[in-house]
Ligand binder design. Structure first.
Ligand SMILES: [Zn+2]
Length: 438
């Protein structure tokens, strides 16, 4: 029996590429056969929102550990964010530093987003020429000091330059005004309570930021991608803008789709991220937006830090680092939740492989099992039982809200360009990941 949307057959691989996909078992001469039984073969997933923090904060994660976690999670490509590393990827020289620092460390393929900060407009064309896949900016202060937020004026300068490159601008869409205003009223509150943190990052901060970005897209023609959408109330503005033909895409993250604010215990700072995890109702609207296509894709926003920065002992949501680590468990987490809502594996693949490949400009070689594409494949047991333990994480620090979660679905093995890079808890010895440019 085959689940909806999945065909039985075989994938023929030659020289790292998919040569053919055939409905029948084919005995080919001189061919090594991997029989995966009843397991599914999926295209390798692509994470367009990964913080690997190298160079400069490799003790937070790093390419060696982060890309292993990716391979174990069924990802064969990650696109690294331009901040939390030192230097930030805001100049060509910083990009080259990064390339040098991470060379020969990656288990999966990777690309880089360049950063947009006040005053670096003059670097943007050169970064595009040098091979970044697009750009990222913050409308609110990020958690580290080396990467500055941009104002509307900065974007009016930068966005026409980015538009000319044809690359997308990824935006952390929260405005500081509503967050500052909300936080002022919470001074005396209990900051161990998740509710206090949630109140400090109101939906309005996202809605107003997204409205500003829509107008900037209208006036500059720059492609914009809204990262980690949490506030469902921003969807109607986005939908109207897209109906007007504006080039805007949207991502959300596994944690917004798998966890609910009401179930987060007080002091459980492993759940802190920005924007925050919101209500069960908000979550169900995000799922419906994935169904209707109003949200294009799911990215992890894998953003680790050393456990002490999570302030787990004090459980103080004001002081804790905001970031959730999930690369190795996002696929089973999403599959478990999606299947309960009646989605098919083909939906999951659209959100986690096809649409991310398009955003990163690598959709002609990645994100699909078809002749001519890189043979990046995941063998997945859709019914495997998984209770997430420390051995399943593979990233540097064993801190994640997914620890102890029960899921259905297990990555059995992952292939990058035809080579097995992960199998049943073990990694291939060759570090085969290379940089992707457009
Ligand atoms: Zn992020």
């Amino acid at each position: 029996m085959t689940p909806d949307g999945v065909q039985s057959g075989s994938v023929v691989i030659r020289n790292g590429k998919t040569l053919a996909v055939t409905p029948d078992w084919e005995e080919l001469i001189d061919t090594q056969i991997h029989d995966v039984g009843d397991h599914m073969v999926l295209p390798g997933l692509i994470d367009v929102h990964t913080h690997l923090n190298e160079p400069g904060r490799t003790e937070w994660e790093g390419f060696a550990t982060g890309t292993k976690a990716a391979a174990a999670g069924g990802y064969t490509t990650v696109v690294d964010m331009p901040l939390n590393c030192i230097p930030s990827t805001t100049t060509v020289s910083a990009l080259n530093d990064k390339r040098e620092a991470v060379a020969d460390k990656a288990t999966v393929d990777y690309g880089f987003w360049g950063g947009v900060v006040p005053g670096n407009t003059g670097q943007l064309s050169a970064l595009a020429q040098a091979g970044v896949l697009g750009f990222k900016c913050f409308l609110i202060r990020p958690g580290t000091d080396e990467f500055a937020m941009v104002s509307e004026e900065d974007l009016l300068e930068a966005m026409p330059v980015i538009a000319a490159t044809g690359l997308p601008l990824l935006v952390h869409a929260e405005l500081p005004g509503p967050v500052e205003e909300a936080t002022k009223g919470l001074e005396g509150n209990d900051w161990r309570a998740y509710k206090t943190y949630l109140q400090s990052r109101p939906e309005r901060a996202e809605v107003e930021a997204i409205r500003m970005m829509i107008e900037l897209v209208r006036s500059t023609g720059c492609r914009v991608h809204i990262v980690h959408l949490s506030a469902a109330s921003a969807l109607s503005d986005l939908e109207a803008a897209r109906r007007d033909g504006l080039p805007i895409t949207v991502e959300t993250c596994p944690h917004y789709l798998c966890f609910e604010a009401d179930e987060i215990p007080d002091g459980a700072t492993q759940f802190k991220c920005a924007p925050p995890i919101r209500s069960a109702l908000n979550q169900s609207i995000l799922w419906e937006a994935l169904r209707s296509g109003q949200i294009d894709l799911i990215a992890t926003d894998h953003s680790p830090c050393p456990p002490e920065l999570k302030c787990l002992e004090a459980g103080d949501f004001r002081k804790a680092w905001g970031g959730i680590s999930s690369l190795s468990v996002s696929l089973p987490a999403i599959w478990t939740a999606a299947r309960e809502r009646g989605f098919r594996m083909t939906d999951v693949i659209r959100w986690m492989a096809e649409c991310p490949a398009k955003l990163a400009g690598i959709g002609r070689k990645k994100g699909c099992i078809a002749p001519g594409y890189d043979a990046d494949l995941v063998v997945f047991d859709p019914d495997g039982e998984l209770t997430v333990g420390a051995n399943d994480l593979h990233f540097r620090h064993l801190c994640s809200p997914y620890l102890g979660e029960r899921m259905t679905g297990k990555v059995q093995s992952t292939l990058l360009r035809g080579e097995v890079i992960y199998q049943q808890g073990k990694f291939g010895t060759a570090l085969t990941g290379t940089e992707l440019t457009v």
